[in-house]
Write a protein that binds this ligand. Structure first.
Ligand code: ADP
Length: 257
């Protein structure tokens, strides 16, 4: 069953559509990557889905959700912000209450979630002392403390080094069996392992969608062309190396080092 259906979702600024008639559906308990280069419209799309931004037009339908959406949606912004003088636990309890966790359970749920994301030793540390990787874990913790049915993540691993990236992707994999996940990235590799569906966004338009196998098949089958910014990029795609989306072609990638 579809958990979320998006129909012709559009956001315009000064008459320019930065998200342009985007339609897709997320099936329950699947993972979807929203892939596109900088400026493609990923953050704008996620912001509309979380309710932070009003669409200019189009429809967003959540099914199987009755009542308060904040209880069902978890969101990790691209640059999570914390009050530096709060401890991780203080921050988490506040976040849990904001997401509709009742006062009795907020403490225990906060602690359990911090342990799950690997911050069990840092419960009493002030968030101002946290490293980038710890901030990303704390951001993920606040997004999942209320066990959301739909988890939206804006570039959850882009700012991390390869080890941190792997650790966060492993946590997301653990959540996959309970949660519908939509996350954005400009790096196709991040999508590979755990992702059921890929959505390619370019200049606000959804230019391609399907599984990774579908996309590879289109690349290999000349009836459908996936364009690359260079022959090097095409070779990297074929060799299953690292690719990064760039602002060229319908779906364009460059190899990453
Ligand atoms: P991405 O997350 O893929 O990098 P964004 O959704 O942040 O892309 O931005 C998509 C486009 O919309 C960009 O060209 C950006 O400059 C433009 N944009 C985003 N927010 C605003 C705004 N508040 N006013 C005008 N233009 C905006």
């Amino acid at each position: 069953m579809s958990m979320l259906t998006v129909d012709h979702l559009t956001k315009r600024y000064h008459n320019t559509a930065v998200v342009d008639a985007v339609s897709f559906a997320l099936e329950e308990r699947t993972s979807t990557a929203l892939i596109g280069p900088n400026g493609a419209g990923k953050t704008t799309t996620l912001s509309m889905l979380t309710g932070l931004l009003n669409p200019t037009s189009g429809k967003i339908e959540l099914s199987g959700i009755n009542g308060d959406p904040r209880k069902y949606i978890g969101f990790l912004p691209q640059y999570p912000q914390f009050f530096s003088w709060m401890t991780a636990m203080e921050y988490m309890e506040m976040a849990a209450r904001l997401s509709g966790v009742d006062a009795k359970s907020a403490r225990l749920e906060s602690q359990k979630t911090l342990e799950f994301v690997g911050l069990g030793e840092a419960l009493k540390k002030k968030t101002g002392t946290f490293s980038g990787g710890m901030r990303q874990r704390l951001g993920l913790a606040q997004a999942i403390v209320h066990k959301p049915k739909l988890l939206l993540l804006d570039e959850p691993v882009s700012a991390l080094d390869p080890v941190g990236r792997r650790e966060i992707m492993n946590l997301l994999k653990d959540l996959q069996s309970e949660t519908t996940i939509l996350y954005s990235t400009h790096i196709l590799n991040d999508a590979e392992e755990m992702t059921d569906q890929l959505l390619f966004l370019r200049k606000g338009k959804l230019v391609e969608q399907g599984s990774l196998a579908d996309v590879k098949e289109k690349y290999e089958n000349p009836r459908f062309r996936v364009e690359f910014s260079s022959t090097e990029a095409a070779a990297a795609f074929a060799a299953n190396n690292s690719w990064e989306a760039v602002n060229e072609g319908p779906i364009a990638f460059i190899p990453r080092n």
